[in-house]
Design a binder for this molecule. Structure first.
Ligand code: T46
Length: 136
């Protein structure tokens, strides 16, 4: 799926622990305008269930794990996010869902735009018809 890819950054471990870094303009394929976190999601709870019209994002799991589903209206793909040195980059018309959060899961999300509810598509049938229109 060309609108979604994993970014791997090197991690530097020594006897003090591990450090890894995502650099704007190098690893992150957009100017970062917003950073938000998702945490304390209880097991059995799922999140997301929407797409974005214009937003680009990179999702990094800095603690624990979750299953992240992406859907371009034709194909669905799942990623297990479980490491701070991997970022899931998403752009374009992609439906996303997050499932199977571990109790210690913390996601940090880097976003290309400020928060705007009007950028969300929260209805799956609207998402599907926009996918069809965008392919015309
Ligand atoms: C996404 C996935 C991965 C704000 O006020 N500011 C913000 O920057 C964000 C992201 C959300 N909000 C408000 C909007 C809702 O009242 O926080 C509340 C929870 O947001 P939502 O239900 O959209 O959260 P998720 O976890 O379903 O989705 C979030 C992002 O909204 C979304 O862009 O791609 O994480």
């Amino acid at each position: 799926m060309k609108q979604v890819h994993l970014i791997d950054v090197p991690s530097f471990g020594d006897d003090r622990g591990t450090l890894c870094a995502f650099e704007a303009g190098k690893d992150i394929p957009f100017e970062i305008k917003r950073v938000y976190c998702i945490y304390h999601t209880e097991s059995g709870i799922s999140r997301g269930f929407h797409a974005h019209k214009h937003l680009k994002q990179v999702v990094i799991c800095v603690s624990g794990s979750c299953r992240f589903l992406v859907d371009n209206g034709k194909t669905k793909q799942e990623y297990i996010l479980d490491s701070p040195d991997k970022g899931l980059a998403i752009e374009g018309l992609i439906w996303r869902e997050m499932h199977d959060f571990s109790s210690d899961c913390v996601l940090i999300i880097l976003a290309s735009e400020h928060f705007q509810e009007s950028d969300y598509i929260r209805d799956y049938s609207e998402f599907k018809s926009l996918c069809l229109q965008s392919k015309l």
